[in-house]
Ligand binder design. Structure first.
Ligand code: G3I
Length: 345
């Protein structure tokens, strides 16, 4: 679809008052963004016709929410399965969308296969390199970037996280991963992705120190991912400051997993009325601050889910009330926060 002018798109959106969801046809969200607008996806959602139609209409890029991770791909015997992520890649291809590879090495997932090798460093490193090589080789030409290492820094910024990879390979596990990734696909943009960089300046400082060291050592690193899983009580300006600090490296920036929880902000309150304006302002800040980056550094902006009911927040523990962290409501209507986000792009 030809990109509608932002003005026209905003006009289509402004027909609805601030307090109500946009009803009827709205311009594709991606038509308002001069950079790739992404969303996470999983095969379990593909059978939902509204989900499939909206994903195809509004977004340029899909990030597999979990099925391109070690937890899905790596089997206990070391074999690899690609059926589900291949379906996501095929759906994206059908709709002219790109796919972001998420993620190769993560402290949170290592698998029995690697656990059994941890007493034998040469065998472990060979298997580590082979996993990265084989997964990336399978997707050469199908993805427009890879989160090679995900979430390496402790929240207090004091050090790298402890994990199986660091236990066996030392701090070098990160450099080794990026070198293996670059050997597998020299043309692929390699991303370092983390979260809470806006909440914790000390974590952001340690993350940037890791980045500086990698670049100084000549490690192939091209994009920085800041997940931006935030709550509506995040102080204003933190997103803008974080993007500014990351962009100062000169690398491309991926705002990679944006959602803004009301429930996390409201704690145990049974309604979100005191936090809706803050959520609105934070979605505007994220859009404005990202759109203000130099276009050469705009790798893309990804929302971590389509409708509120699709959010990981509403899968992990529903509790008494559902969270409302995303741009579209459960009926698939663009919420006021979604309208604000789009207008600010
Ligand atoms: O759908 C299957 C179900 O069929 C099966 O019976 C069940 C058995 O365990 O698993 C279900 O899949 C779960 C999937 O979410 C869908 O709900 C996986 O177990 C579960 O591990 C997976 O969790 C994902 C999590 O990462 C771990 O991979 C979340 O969806 C996903 O939102 C979350 O995303 C992470 C990013 O990758 C990194 N940044 C933080 C973000 C939120 O935690």
């Amino acid at each position: 679809m030809a990109a509608l002018g932002a003005g026209m798109g905003a006009a289509l959106l402004s027909a609805c008052g601030r307090g109500e969801a946009a009803t009827g046809a709205i311009a594709p969200l991606k038509s308002h963004a001069p950079f790739p607008l992404g969303v996470c996806a999983m095969t379990a959602q593909m059978g939902d016709p509204q989900w499939a139609a909206m994903i195809a209409t509004h977004f340029d890029r899909l990030t597999p929410e979990w099925e391109m991770k070690m937890e899905y791909i790596l089997q206990p015997d070391g074999s690899l399965r690609f059926d589900a992520p291949d379906r996501i890649v095929q759906q994206a291809r059908n709709y002219g969308q790109s796919v972001l590879g998420h993620t190769l090495i993560w402290y949170a997932q290592d698998g029995d296969y690697f656990q059994k090798l941890k007493g034998n460093r040469p065998a472990f490193e060979a298997a580590y390199r082979a996993y990265i090589r084989d997964v990336m080789t399978h997707y050469i030409g199908s993805v427009d970037g890879w989160d090679v290492v995900n979430e390496p820094i402790l929240d207090d910024g004091s050090d790298l996280r402890d994990c199986l990879w660091r236990e066996v390979l030392g701090d070098a596990y990160i450099d080794i991963a990026y070198q293996a990734a670059h050997e597998a696909d020299p043309a692929c943009p390699l991303i370092l992705n983390d979260y809470n960089l806006e909440y914790y300046p000390a974590k952001r400082k340690r993350f940037l120190s890791l980045v500086e060291g990698m670049l100084t050592r000549g490690v192939p690193l091209h994009v920085l991912g800041t997940q931006t899983h935030i709550a509506a009580d995040l102080p204003r300006g933190a997103i803008r400051e974080t993007l500014r600090d990351l962009a100062a490296t000169g690398l491309k920036i991926h705002l990679s997993e944006l959602d803004i929880s009301l429930k996390e902000a409201a704690k145990n309150a049974l309604d979100f009325k005191d936090y809706r304006d803050a959520q609105h302002a934070l979605y505007e800040e994220a859009a404005e601050a990202y759109a203000a980056l130099p276009s050469a550094q705009q790798f893309g902006l990804t929302i971590w889910g389509l409708r509120d009911k699709d959010s990981w927040y509403n899968r992990k523990d529903r509790g008494l009330i559902a969270d409302e962290p995303l741009l579209f409501d459960d009926a698939g209507q663009l919420k006021p926060v979604g309208q604000a986000f789009v207008k600010a792009l």
